[in-house]
Design a protein around this ligand. Structure first.
Ligand SMILES: [Zn+2]
Length: 443
């Protein structure tokens, strides 16, 4: 038996990062170069992205650029894929006949097994493998008739492209992912981070009002760290909003649960209590004219009339009692057309409503394959793997957030818990054949 200990690297996800003081980073999460079916070089794309004032960027060529030698994706290896002005992430587009999804990570990831999930047409497996390496799996353009998402949504994926290409395109088309796909998933109890992506394939030589150029739309990510891992964590936290370009206005959305005007929660955060009066605050960032916003609670307008907001009066406060499992999100309008979207603040979205049901059905399978001790635990636990195969391990808090994700090839894996707060955690263990979750008490 191998006894190599793997120490937990903490990518701790706070539910109230706002009070830590971070910054908004803007960039584009979906675009293509000559390494797949785009017509622009990596060099030209990076220059264009820098000239737009992006502070992060990720190139997501289709994964048919995959190569097993040297085991990473070809576009990453291009020497032009570097920038002194932007934080660069590593990504690709998982591309099958039945649907596409972006994968993002803070560093190069092992693609061999992920590519197998592509050939198997298995997005659930892809999402697991991505997550086990600390990355994000995000469904792309789910209602685009030519590139329709034909798989179900009944698996653990993190985010969804609610806007693919410029807003003018959304307004002229019927593929309204926001109301027809994203909000029904939120109402079902899933927390799905909304993102935007341009899906740019050609720089500057198309009509930018109709066809996507870089930054149409732009995704804004709030992060306390100016690093690739910081951007990935901001995305994982759902501290994200979307605007039509890198310079157009966007919104911050906060909640105060204690009536003391300290707004400790922001979009993407989850609050378990649904019965208290919540003060909400909306801040306008950037400049625009004839701006208003709507508050959407559980898919419906909370107020019939939109609020006015402007750079002269950039802050609006309102209150509500969630009353039941609820989400609130904000849509910014210019001349009555939507131009920017925040992610929701969630209330009462907890393990009972979402994660536990999928776990219990698998529980009996996993206990023959792996176990965990001691439990309760204090500074560490051991995970015993009886499968002779690599396993993915996720540590999930009671908010359903993955606080750590890693892989192990070892029979016995030591996991440090020292840096976690006391309480209940769920340790999810999985590989190709099984999937199950243990409840662990950290003392
Ligand atoms: Zn695509």
């Amino acid at each position: 038996m191998k006894n190599i200990f793997t120490f937990l690297f903490i990518s701790f996800i706070s539910t109230s990062a706002f009070s830590q003081g971070g910054t908004w980073y803007n960039g584009d999460l979906h675009s293509h170069s000559t390494y797949s079916d785009g017509t622009s070089s990596v060099h030209d794309i990076i220059s264009n992205a820098e000239s737009k004032g992006f502070t992060f960027y990720v190139l997501t060529d289709h994964d048919n650029t995959y190569t097993s030698s040297p085991g990473s994706l070809l576009h990453w290896a291009d020497t032009a894929y570097h920038s002194s002005k932007m934080i660069l992430l590593y990504g690709d587009e998982w591309t099958t006949n039945n649907g596409h999804a972006c994968i993002w990570n803070s560093s190069p990831y092992i693609y061999d097994s992920i590519f197998i999930s592509n050939t198997l047409n298995d997005p659930a497996l892809a999402a697991k493998l991505v997550k086990s390496q600390g990355g994000i799996f995000s469904i792309n353009h789910p209602l685009n008739q030519a590139l329709l998402w034909q798989y179900n949504y009944d698996f653990d994926f993190h985010s969804m492209e609610i806007l693919n290409g410029p807003i003018s395109y959304l307004l002229s088309n019927n593929d309204n992912v926001i109301t027809d796909t994203w909000e029904p998933l939120l109402l079902s109890g899933k927390t799905i981070t909304a993102v935007g992506g341009s899906d740019m394939h050609h720089l500057d030589d198309w009509f930018p009002s109709i066809y996507p150029n870089l930054g149409s739309p732009t995704t804004w990510v709030y992060s306390t760290q100016s690093t690739p891992a910081g951007i990935i964590n901001g995305l994982k936290n759902g501290h994200v909003c979307i605007s039509n370009s890198p310079t157009e206005p966007h919104l911050e959305f906060f909640a105060d649960t204690s009536q003391n005007d300290s707004y400790d929660f922001m979009m993407g955060d989850q609050i378990l209590d649904t019965n208290s009066v919540i003060k909400f605050k909306v801040n306008l960032l950037g400049v625009g004219s004839n701006l208003t916003f709507n508050v959407i609670k559980n898919g419906s307008l909370l107020y019939a009339q939109p609020f006015s907001i402007s750079s002269l009066n950039p802050t609006v406060v309102f209150s509500d009692i969630p009353g039941q499992r609820s989400y609130y999100r904000i849509e910014l309008l210019a001349n009555n057309n939507p131009i920017s979207w925040t992610n929701p603040i969630y209330f009462g979205y907890n393990m009972e409503t979402h994660i536990i049901p999928t776990v219990l059905s698998d529980y009996s399978t996993v206990i023959n394959q792996a176990d965990i001790f001691p439990n309760p635990a204090s500074d560490f636990i051991f995970i015993r793997n009886r499968t002779n195969e690599p396993i993915g391990i996720n540590i999930i808090n009671v908010y359903g957030e993955v606080v750590s994700a890693f892989q192990s090839n070892d029979d016995l894996t030591k996991v440090e818990l020292r840096n976690l707060n006391k309480g209940i955690y769920f340790i999810k263990i999985f590989n190709f054949r099984f999937d199950g979750t243990f409840k662990v008490i950290k003392q």
